[in-house]
Design a protein. Structure first.
Length: 277
């Protein structure tokens, strides 16, 4: 199992517990703030998420996948002494207590009495405000990350909304009822992530509009497979320009071009520095 997400910014935090007790779900959060400011806030306030994703789809990893972030914590308390020792809360009966010093009633069926859910979940924080529409780039990055997590942690796959893919509100409906908010359609996200977790997913998306994929090993398809959720289906096959020095393929939400001089493919629109036609 890989413990660092390829391409993610590594922003380590001391706010974590070494190790874990299995992976039962991924929990989606909304940060109610910006990228750097949320990382700073979490670090300063004794909390963390495993990952955070920016509006533009940049992913930062704060906690190694083998360890447990402090973003979904609850304490199972059976006595007044348990409640006071765990979270400093007055006794409200047997059950789950949160850091806000009161009892909560989680709806997630995967909780194990006596085990802090931090130890059995992975957290993905998202830049933004609850209730606001989320950029496609951010949601696509979430799907890509979920697909990768499913490959590293088979116990998560396939994603089932409310079971292996949940909201923070499913753990704490009292204090976090709108986390991450209505912009996160768990059913749609789970369906995309489950499809993307299969090796041939990018090829199916490429051909969805009827454009054949003739040479999967070529530079444009090889770059496309890392961005297919952002780009969508191919709408115009690769065609050559400038006497064969440039080729381009168009997609539903962007395009990719290949430059013979560098023998590389690039996402549009700008040519790489130093390249002229």
């Amino acid at each position: 199992m890989l413990t660092r997400y390829p391409g993610a910014l590594w922003k380590p935090t001391p706010n974590h517990t070494p190790g874990n007790q299995g992976r039962k779900a991924v929990v989606l959060h909304i940060a109610q703030g910006g990228f750097d400011s949320s990382i700073t806030y979490m670090r300063a306030n004794g909390v963390s998420s495993t990952f955070i994703i920016s509006d533009g789809g940049t992913v930062a990893q704060l906690v190694d996948l083998g360890d447990s972030a402090w973003g979904n914590g609850l304490a199972w308390c059976e006595t007044p002494e348990d409640a006071m020792r765990a979270v400093g809360a007055p006794w409200q009966g047997i059950g789950w207590y949160c850091a806000h010093k009161h009892k909560v009633t989680p709806t997630w069926p995967g909780l194990t009495p006596g085990i802090n859910p931090n130890l059995q979940t992975i957290s993905i924080e998202h830049v933004g405000k609850s209730g606001a529409a989320r950029p496609r780039a951010q949601l696509a990055a979430t799907v890509r990350l979920l697909a990768w997590l499913a490959q590293q942690c088979p116990s998560l796959s396939p994603y089932v909304p409310g079971q292996t893919l949940i909201r923070h509100a499913d753990l704490d409906p009292t204090d976090k009822p709108f986390c991450p908010g209505p912009a996160f359609d768990l059913a749609a996200i789970a369906a995309e992530a489950n499809a993307a977790a299969t090796p041939e997913a990018w090829q199916r998306v490429w051909t969805r509009r009827g454009v054949p994929l003739d040479n999967p090993a070529f530079a444009i398809p090889q770059l496309y497979k890392f961005h297919f959720l952002d780009l969508g289906a191919c709408v115009e096959p690769e065609r050559y320009l400038a006497s064969g020095q440039l080729s381009i393929a168009a997609f539903e939400r962007g395009w990719i071009y290949y430059v013979a001089a560098t023998n590389r493919a690039y996402l549009g629109p700008a040519l790489p520095s130093g390249v002229t036609l």
